[in-house]
Design a protein around this ligand. Structure first.
Ligand code: HEM
Length: 235
């Protein structure tokens, strides 16, 4: 392999890491909103479930669509993690060198990188559990079945941790991507950077609030399943 050829590989892998991260972040931005349909009531969440099962297109439910989607997301998730860990040791060395100056400079971007490492590491476990379950139990989704899993299936502690990890990771990731690729870069770099940082913080706050409200609603439905006459947990 020529030297030139060799030197292109890291750039290509870096691009793949960015692209997979972008798709995963956009997926999460949608996911948390779709799943927040529970805030509008069980019927809204039921309709959302039917939509993703292709009911409104094919006139019948095809949970296999969920399996395929989850398998695709899982593959991206693994690819993204594999590409990211390869950079941890070298970036960590730079980080350590930097850390001596960090207190003086308070270099925020190195701190943001640490946020990505910690939340990313936690998601190896938290994200995998959830994705695997969705992939193999695609027909067990719905306002009551989900609520039952959250409470009786003891998923709520996992979702609580996962929510914080994924929201931080996705928005910090989008912010870093925007800087790296120079998106929305106006005439003044400092100003656009400030605006992007504000957008990142607003995104994190909004999604944590929405996610917590949804999780609270699933928990509340799950705790009162016995008193719900119309529970259809036998799909
Ligand atoms: C195609 C793949 C996925 C499907 C079909 C899916 C589906 C769902 C559903 C139906 C719920 C509601 C609770 C339940 O039914 O147990 C849920 C909750 C949740 N999911 Fe996913 N999910 C997928 C991928 C992911 C990924 C990749 C992540 C993050 C790495 C994630 C993070 C979460 C979180 C944090 C919650 C709780 C949300 C809250 O607190 O409001 N999901 N998911």
């Amino acid at each position: 392999m020529s030297k030139l050829h060799h030197s292109r590989v890291p750039a290509y892998l870096d691009f793949l890491q960015s692209m997979s991260g972008l798709i995963l972040a956009l997926f999460i931005v949608g996911h948390i909103l779709f799943e927040a349909s529970i805030l509008l009531g069980p019927d809204a969440m039921e309709k959302m479930t039917l939509f993703f099962e292709g009911y409104y297109f094919f006139g019948a439910r095809y949970p296999i669509i969920i399996t395929l989607l989850a398998a695709f997301i899982f593959a991206l998730f693994i690819l993204h993690a594999a590409l990211a860990i390869r950079k941890i040791p070298s970036t960590y060395l730079q980080y350590k060198t930097f850390k001596t100056h960090k207190d003086r400079f308070r270099h925020e971007d190195t701190s943001l990188w640490m946020v990505q490492v910690v939340t990313g590491f936690a998601m190896f476990f938290l994200g995998s559990v959830h994705l695997y379950f969705m992939m193999v139990n695609p027909s067990k989704i719905g306002p009551y079945l989900s609520a039952q899993r959250v409470v009786e299936g003891w998923m709520w502690p996992l979702y609580l941790l996962l929510l914080f990890c994924v929201v931080l990771h996705a928005f910090v990731g989008l912010y870093r991507l925007a800087l790296k690729w120079g998106w929305f870069e106006g005439k003044n770099y400092r100003t656009s950077r400030k605006i992007m940082k504000r957008l990142m913080r607003a995104g994190i706050a909004a999604y944590i609030v929405i996610g917590l409200a949804s999780l609270g609603t699933y928990i509340s439905i799950g705790l009162h399943l016995d008193e719900t006459p119309a529970v259809k947990v036998d799909k």
